[in-house]
Design a protein around this ligand. Structure first.
Ligand code: SF4
Ligand code: SF4
Length: 169
């Protein structure tokens, strides 16, 4: 990835993170995300655009050799819909380079077709579980559409595929 593009994405993520921080803060009464709580990285599809994948792999390049080996081993044994190979000891090894889906996950927001997207851990007694019942959420969700195509609309972001399909074509 070229330095100019990398800089643009870094600046975009800095802006996005500060926007998301405000949303997480506004919903803090319903949120229990913390370092080490990683069940959202242990099961899922992790849809990622081509652009984000390049940035993610930049994060991989910057890992020390021991972590690189762990991730490579994880990719070899990776199963569709199961743990993300970048997860090491319940922590994201490429945290600063993680894609949009990982940054917005945890929030309840309104997506394109006016439906509310909730983190699945609402069903596990975690985020929003106190205000979620019978497929209804009893608070105002974030009004921005935080889906990847919507947030990346000013970038030529390429195709979106699940992480498994990028890493094990
Ligand atoms: S989204 Fe849910 S599973 Fe993921 S860190 Fe937050 S509380 Fe934990
Ligand atoms: S990239 Fe990091 S935050 Fe995203 S699913 Fe993988 S381990 Fe979790």
């Amino acid at each position: 990835m070229g330095k100019v593009l990398e800089g643009k994405i870094r600046a975009f993520f800095e802006k996005l993170d500060s926007l998301l921080e405000g949303y997480f803060q506004a919903h803090k009464a319903y949120i229990c995300c913390r370092a080490g709580c990683s069940s959202c990285c242990e099961k899922g599809d992790y849809p990622v655009s081509e652009l984000e994948l390049k940035y993610l792999m930049q994060g991989f390049i910057e890992l020390d050799s021991e972590k690189k080996l762990i991730v490579q081993k994880n990719i070899k044994t990776m199963q569709r819909g199961e743990a993300c190979p970048f997860l090491i000891e319940n922590l994201c090894s490429v945290y600063d380079y993680r894609p949009i889906i990982c940054r917005v996950h945890g929030l309840a927001y309104i997506c394109g077709n006016d439906t509310v997207k909730l983190p699945y851990c609402a069903n596990e007694g975690k985020n929003y579980s106190s205000v979620y019942k019978d497929r209804e959420v009893f608070i105002n969700p974030v009004k921005d559409n935080l889906d990847t195509p919507s947030l990346l609309k000013n970038f030529d972001y390429g195709e979106i595929r699940n992480l498994y399909d990028w890493l094990k074509p």
